[in-house]
Design a protein around this ligand. Sequence first.
Ligand SMILES: Cc1ncc(COP(=O)(O)O)c(C=O)c1O
Length: 368
Amino acid sequence: MQPYWSDVFGNASSLHSFGRDAAAALDDAHTVVGCAIGARASEIVFTGCGTEADNLALRGVAFAARRANGSSPGHIITTPVEHHAVEATAHQLHTQFGFDLTLLQVDGCGRVDPDDVRRAIRRDTVIVSVMLANNEIGTLQPVREIGAICRERGVPFHTDAVQAPAYLPVHVDELNVDLLALSAHKFYGPKGVGVLYIREGTPYMPAITGGGHERGRRPGTVNVAGAVGAAAAIKYSARERDAQAARLTRLRDRLIQGVLASVPDVRLSGHPTDRLPNHASFVFNHVDGESLLMALDVEGIAVSTGSACTSGNPEPSPVLVAMGIPREWALGGLRITLGYHTTEEEIDAVLDVLPRCVARVRAASLEF
Ligand SMILES: Cc1ncc(COP(=O)(O)O)c(C=O)c1O
């Protein structure tokens, strides 16, 4: 990325030679990212983040359908376990723009049944959006099967694949998707760079208006260094992915088994096997997830919770609630994610520290 902040500083949309040098690097980045996911360079749009890619995908297709259909806005299908980037966008299209919204049911592992998608599709369905891998519970969705159903019914299909590329193969034809969102920092690239894949021929109206950047699909000056970084990172993670996925699956399972064996009143959340290789997530009964996060942070262990706690009024994560997990368990959601640099010793350290932290936090919460 370094030269694109200094020597090759041109704006990729300028016509002079400085601009053309930057544009050549940006063209390469489109090609590399496209190749990595089985797409053409012309189908790749660089965005400011994964959230923006999800927003552009849903709004772009919904607005194009509305333009084509005249007054009737149409119908959107998604799930109750999506990242906020999709969930809030679908919700806004519903409440502010009049689109009908179906939230598919999920099972106890957070999975959608493709037959439910088949049953939910209507004549006026404009888009189906189902994520590839869940950020909170790690569960993988049957995206390929859902995509095949959408294709058969002629409905554009979007997947939020942000969590996937470092650990799973992502190929747009194998997944049967028309739109797909990525975020570079999730595959060891820079923060603040997203990718939106739009299959050629997909109805799309840009929700950001302005100039003709990214073929008019995402107006605004492109972050050339960021795009170059995203391209380098996707090549790096494609090289590392399979070996790392196998290694991390072993470490993940060791972590899961160790936690389940050493901590009372804990359950795995999400699917036991069809889950991200680097992802372990749990719910602890009568444990405040944020207090547990803080206790682990003091020990140098960085984890995330599922719940957003606002000033003493903890709300369980909607994802865990949609899976039917009772409130007193859902308030104790915790996810521990591994990465390319995670070692066996670090897993042992977590297994050593976690039971004591849970006991301490549980004892404190029972005092109230
Ligand atoms: C599944 C999923 N979708 C979307 C996003 C949003 O990506 P970004 O932070 O680049 O906006 C994230 C971020 O964690 C995510 O995990």
